[in-house]
Design a protein around this ligand. Sequence first.
Ligand SMILES: NC(=O)c1ccc[n+]([C@@H]2O[C@H](COP(=O)([O-])OP(=O)(O)OC[C@H]3O[C@@H](n4cnc5c(N)ncnc54)[C@H](O)[C@@H]3O)[C@@H](O)[C@H]2O)c1
Length: 338
Amino acid sequence: MDAVNVKGTRRRVLVAGGAGFIGSHLCDALLSDGCRVICVDNFLTGARSNVAPLENHPDFELVEHDVCEPLSIDGHLDEIYNLACAASPPRYQADPVHTMMTSVLGTRHLLTLAEKSGARFLQASTSEVYGDPETHPQPEDYHGNVNCTGPRACYDEGKRAAEALCFDHLRLGLVDARVARIFNTYGPRMQADDGRIVSNLINQALRGEPLTIYGTGRQTRSFCHVADLVAGLVALMQVEPNPGLPVNLGNPGEFTVSELAALVHQMVPGAGAIVYGPLPEDDPKRRRPDISRAKTLLGWEPNIPLRDGLKETIAWFRMAPLAQPRRHAAKRQYREAV
Ligand SMILES: NC(=O)c1ccc[n+]([C@@H]2O[C@H](COP(=O)([O-])OP(=O)(O)OC[C@H]3O[C@@H](n4cnc5c(N)ncnc54)[C@H](O)[C@@H]3O)[C@@H](O)[C@H]2O)c1
């Protein structure tokens, strides 16, 4: 990645949601590439500890702000990545109206900032726009099967609306907007209590508790290491010309939830037996990205094997600080629901 823009100055990049799991890894990558980085976050689900090592970096600036409110940043920006949005089901369901507004109003405010500051824009969308898919694996032209009235709709429909906003701004010639549809991502800095399957199983295993599988365990997921994902986001932001289409970013390796649980069980000595719980509402049965478009347009594909990534993530969770208190405590009972 080239750290300078066309004017020969170092790229100035805003990362909304930059204190979160993926966002903080993206801030790290951009800084190591020589960019100047402005991280905007309201710490709803992000952790200060994720960006604490960057706070004294001369090229890093932290702005505490809720993107549901308009945002003003002086000067030219080269790029805006919008990752602001709680991604874990218990967290985004705890305040569903705020979740929807984060995706809709937040994306609109950041697109307006991109228009004013001349920045290129990348929206972190999600495989959840495919809902419980009837097409497998999921290519980008599959329009999805989302329940627009269910408990996950605040997230899924919010993200769908945000995509529409991005493509409207692109078609209107206002912003060079790009959309990444991110599939399940895992790695260091996931939150221990975020209700997602990888963190759930690892933390149960580390505590010596039984490993809970929700449903039969035959449902499938694809797991992409965060370093692979960040490389894909940067490649999509950089690619010329703008693909003008959403791009799936994820790992096409498909595992059943039972296979994942067995792997974690094998890798963490002392893990308890596997037990079964009820499947959450609207939980997708199969999920696997078709990444042909990313391969062709970006020359990108993930290359970190699940076993290697899990090893690193398990090691990180062994050392991780206790989960910090969140501004909105989840109202729903904890359950794995990726
Ligand atoms: N992790 C995944 O597997 C995954 C999969 C698909 C899509 N995504 C998308 O990627 C992005 C990052 O996900 P993540 O896993 O890092 O989640 P995360 O919850 O760790 O990060 C989201 C960040 O956004 C911040 N945020 C939330 N609402 C905000 C608001 N209104 N104003 C300002 N900041 C706000 C949070 O405090 C947090 O730091 C999200 O947009 C998510 O929808 C993630």
